[in-house]
Design a protein around this ligand. Structure first.
Ligand code: G3P
Ligand code: MG
Length: 254
């Protein structure tokens, strides 16, 4: 096998648990409060979803629309930052989080650096903005990231976003993120020179994980929220699980 890590910066040590969207069971997803909650629960890494406002500012948001996770409505891509920042991204989850805002990627990077957390930036473009989202978000992230810290892991379900990521941050580690396994998965893993393979735990088993690992890459699995499932998935050879509840899985944190 060729040395797939050549020229790619090494990932920091992979923890067994990665806080999913922060700590999505305990605090509103993709918020600064969620990232702080993950850290308070002992998570060493967090995963967040990055998309662009109408005026091309990278922010954290999972859905294409604002409706589920804010008090706003309609497509996220139509709202400029100023208007998006006036939304409440916490009350839908609990009154305790009222006033939580949709965070900018700049704020998120500052926070994870301050908390000494590793981060998986999942590029989550609105449809049609696959290249633009990766290009803008990663140019910004790269400009802010210190040389003496392990780089973020960058992943996306969108092929065009990952292709753009490889161009914009040629030495940063990429995660090949999939739901159902595409026929060309092995070719994409090699072509993108990814550092990890990020899979849906519900669609995999011991045999499929073994197959991914023949590429020499660690496999990460989402989203695992119970100890028995975490034990099973780690038993298949998965290195890390994304979880909404780092505290609930504390006993397998290692
Ligand atoms: O990156 C892992 C996981 O977050 C992918 O699915 O929909 O939760 O962003 P989703
Ligand atoms: Mg995600």
């Amino acid at each position: 096998m060729s040395d797939f890590t050549a020229d790619i910066l090494p990932l920091g040590p992979l923890p067994r648990l990665i806080g999913h969207r922060g700590a999505a069971r305990h605090a509103p997803e993709n918020t600064l409060a969620g990232i702080r909650m993950a850290a308070a629960q002992g998570a060493k890494w967090v995963e967040v979803d990055v998309k662009l406002t109408a005026d091309l500012v990278p922010v954290l948001l999972h859905d294409d629309t604002l409706d589920r996770t804010t008090d706003g409505k309609g497509p996220a891509k139509d709202l400029e930052l100023g208007a998006m920042r006036r939304l409440d991204a916490g009350s839908w989850f609990s009154p305790a989080f009222r006033g939580e805002r949709v965070p900018t990627l700049v704020e998120v990077i500052q926070l994870v650096l301050a908390l000494d957390l590793g981060i998986n930036l999942e590029i989550k473009p609105c449809p049609g903005r696959e290249e633009e989202t990766a290009g803008v978000a990663l140019t910004l992230a790269y400009s802010l990231w210190p040389d003496d810290r392990p780089p973020p892991l960058v992943s996306s379900f969108a092929d065009a976003s990952l292709d753009m990521a490889r161009q914009v941050v040629p030495r940063w580690p990429l995660g090949y993120l999939i739901d159902r396994r595409p026929a060309n998965w092995r070719q994409r893993v090699e072509q993108l020179n990814v550092s990890t393979i990020n899979v849906n735990a519900r669609r995999e088993d011991a045999a499929s994980i073994r197959e991914y690992k023949t590429t020499g890459r660690p496999v990460l699995a989402y989203t695992v929220n119970t100890v028995p499932v975490a034990r099973e998935v780690l038993g298949w050879g998965v290195s890390s699980v994304f979880t909404d509840t780092p505290s609930g899985l504390a006993e397998i944190a290692g």
